[in-house]
Design a protein around this ligand. Sequence first.
Ligand code: ZN
Length: 462
Amino acid sequence: MRTMDRMTSLLRGMLVCALIVTTAVGAHAQRGGGATDRWGGWGGVVEPALRATLRPMDGAAIRGEIVSWTGEDVTIRDQGGAESLLRWDELDARQVYETTRRLIDTDNAGDWLRVGVLMLTLGEDGSGGFAERSFAVAARLDAATALVADAARRAHAAGGDPVKTLSATPESLNTAPDRSGANADEGPWPELSEAQRAVETARVRARAEAMVRGAGLALSQTDAGEFILFTDLDEKATKEAAAQLERMYRALVRTLELPAETRLFQGKAVVFLLTKRDEFVHLEREAFGVDPNGAIGMCHLRDADVFVVCHKAEDETAYMSTLIHETVHGFMYRYKSPAELPIWANEGLADYIAGFLLTNSLEPGRHWTQAKAFVRSGEDASDVLYQSYEDGTWPEKDSYAVSHMLVRHMLRRDARAMKQWIDDIKDGLDWRGSLRERFALTPNQLADDFAAAMTRESYYKR
Ligand SMILES: [Zn+2]
């Protein structure tokens, strides 16, 4: 331990030396670097300049005016007119917090979110610390920022870079399934014999192998129950993914009261798991013609087949949650018929199952908090019930959270009725008519019932 301590202090000493390069630079010289873009163009020239005294941890205090700043540094002009560029990590956490507070637009949730992330990069992660204070203000201004704050906390805890989470928009972490190749005939899926399933498994395997070849990738292949995995993950991570997929399959089989031996897929479903971001994006483009933007996982429905592609990102929980979420879409496509649940139910169910299986996931609790704030502010959940992908109304910032909690509410109210409601839709009935039949509620009454339940519930429990 001793040696370690000495090592650490030696390293810290070297680091501090490297950082005290307080050169006089113009406000323009520090802009335009890739480092600045990581913060989404945060900061800028301060007009009028802000009077301040900055005290670097190692060096003399500089009294003067702050003339510009970014997510990485701050430029102060001293009384003699000389400008110094200080990296934020040359100042102690309190000074950084107090200074950025004066520089940002304090009504802007995104600004507070960035202050929180900056405080994380400075090692401020304890409860009640500056990072948490900033995230709390951001969440009060816009509950949706909590999603990014969570991702940032997790990235930081895992030794990753929390700044990266700023470029992933909340919506991009979850995506609706790509139905561009889905079966348009909404009649029931045919029941396959054992022999037919073997033939179909060989066919879908060859189809996936051709995709991998076409994208010029080298992936190993693993059979895991109802799934075929194509991956560059190591053996342990592959087994972990296979086990989670198996648990997801069983959880849905139970929820839908199906016989344990139910075989849903046309042979098997294919799951691609990639560790490299560029290869994930490349496979998406080459095999499916889709640009995943910020998403880390996608579900593609092609004829009778299901393909899930996931990038194993730094954030382990987000990756696993996305893998489950996307695969639930594939399962629901293959359940009874291709008929679609309304988008809020489809997305809410995928989030519910992912949160149910990943007991360490913070998402259910965060969605609960967000939905509670939504209800409390007098917003109407029936708006979410009528959002659609086709007319561009899905998603709004609260859509995923409210949908997740709506599905949870319906399952808690009457799990049997929920199963029957899903079955009715899969049999081609209208969801509103079946809602009246199974839950004795109109969509507006469901929204009111949900709001009343959320109002009664004073804290979240799983
Ligand atoms: Zn989805």
